[in-house]
Design a protein around this ligand. Sequence first.
Ligand SMILES: Nc1nc2c(ncn2[C@@H]2O[C@H](COP(=O)(O)OP(=O)(O)O)[C@@H](O)[C@H]2O)c(=O)[nH]1
Ligand SMILES: [Mg+2]
Length: 317
Amino acid sequence: MSWLSRLRSSLGRARESFSAVTRLGRSERPLTPAFWDELEETLILADFGVPATEKILTGLQTVARQEEWKTVDRPVARFRKDVERFLTLPGGELALDRTPAVLLLVGVNGSGKTTTIGKLAMRFRREGKRVLLVAGDTFRAAAAEQLGVWAEHSGSAIVRGAEGADPASVVFDGLRAAKARGVDIVLVDTAGRLQTKTNLMEELKKIRRVIDRELGEPPAETLLVVDGTNGQNAISQARLFHAATELTGIIMTKLDSTAKGGVLIAIVDALETPIKFVGLGEGPEDLRPFVPAEFIDALFDEDQNAIPLAQRRESVI
Ligand SMILES: Nc1nc2c(ncn2[C@@H]2O[C@H](COP(=O)(O)OP(=O)(O)O)[C@@H](O)[C@H]2O)c(=O)[nH]1
Ligand SMILES: [Mg+2]
């Protein structure tokens, strides 16, 4: 199966949400206030969230007035472009232009940090880079073991501390080791518990300070790993992490699962931070760089044979 058809089939649930919008514009029925209500409801149901939904609606209504649109196919066709515009922010590629390039991954428990680090390690190793993993989640011994499996699998070095050790000191040791061994890329795993006495955000800020001090500059990337199935809950969490660690990018996981897709737009809009990778499964190959145009095609395009060409042309105007 080609990559694009795999992407398409992985995005099943999200594609359903987006085709609900496309279906609204199938006919050339008159553009009435009721249509705007329907569109609003469809976007909210697809996890766009209120702020992004309002921005999209206001934008479409403004053009509708200016260009005197009479039928619903017009806003629906333009919606696709709006989504692409929302998702296309500068800096979508990883910044790896320094040695070592330190990538700090943060996010709540279960969002997919450790798995994503494993997948990234596999990718960088395939490119022939020297990689070191830092087990900054010292809260549970199992976390470092899980990372150890990925280190072995990918052929990366690993630095880990004792269970309960200060994560910032493990990161410090990791950076020293990386410099001593001439490592190209350092991937730092962190804890994600939100409900304990020790404040996770303070811990992450301390890790950031250690990295800044050791490198003399911020980490190359501070990436928030978000579970795409968490819907709007993900947004408030994301704001907390952004405030504590100054994110440079987002990795959205589990888009192969029940994620409705609109949350991609909601989070980029809320944080003004680009999505850099998406997770489409649990395997080592299931992490892809996020390319907005490709993604939009996978979300919106119907099966080539399912609808007549004339109609297809209309839907991409
Ligand atoms: N379906 C799916 N599962 C994923 C994806 N990424 C991670 N997972 C799974 O999510 C669970 C939690 O992942 P983990 O990396 O341990 O999360 P962490 O607590 O943030 O480190 C594991 O069972 C992973 O296999 C993804 O893109 N798709
Ligand atoms: Mg973990």
